[in-house]
Design a binder for this molecule. Structure first.
Ligand code: NI
Length: 176
């Protein structure tokens, strides 16, 4: 287990489509332990394997009850391997996202309000959930990483992308 360096926007590996996981083995558990350590060390709400330099389709996320975000419902700790996300409504919400790979920046990103996601946990057990709100947002953000997409690519108007301190007056930050 180790805290690993997080790759930043501009690194080619973050722009790649990650490979599916083919074995639920000790190597996967080791990767997940490193992702977990790194996410917690940086107080992130989620992290994808490519962010620590491993181009595999693995993400984790969690939002514990946090007084900084009283308006956001907690999200259970989730390990998601080889995920498939499908919108269940056409409705979208905009939210101010951040990312451990894009430190200091925030952007207004539209996401589907409700999504269904399927995949596997670390032991290969299937997962199938339909979620909404921040839970739906975080899974869309993390799974985007597996397709080489970072949140600034989802910002519709680049005036809605900027530095967190400069934006302070006009945004409600979300966990990143
Ligand atoms: Ni991110």
């Amino acid at each position: 287990m180790a805290i690993r360096p997080v790759l930043k926007m501009g690194e080619p590996l973050l722009q790649r489509v990650a490979e599916p996981v083919t074995g639920f083995d000790a190597q996967l558990l080791e990767l997940l332990a490193d992702m977990d350590d790194t996410m917690r060390a940086l107080s992130g709400a989620g992290i994808a394997a490519p962010q620590i330099g491993v181009s595999l389709r693995v993400v984790i996320f969690e939002l514990a009850d946090n007084p900084r975000y009283p308006h956001i419902a907690p999200v259970p700790y989730t390990v998601l391997v080889n995920p498939l996300v499908t919108p269940v409504t056409a409705e979208q919400d905009e939210g101010w996202e951040g990312c451990l790979s894009v430190p200091g920046l925030r952007g207004l990103v539209p996401r589907h309000r409700r999504v269904r996601y399927r995949g596997y946990d670390q032991y290969g057990a299937p997962l199938d959930r339909t979620v909404e709100g921040f839970h739906a947002r975080v899974v869309q953000h993390e799974v985007d990483h597996l397709d080489g997409i970072l949140f600034p690519q989802r910002v519709r108007d680049l005036r809605d992308l900027g530095f967190e301190d400069a934006l302070a007056g006009r945004m409600t930050p979300m966990p990143d």
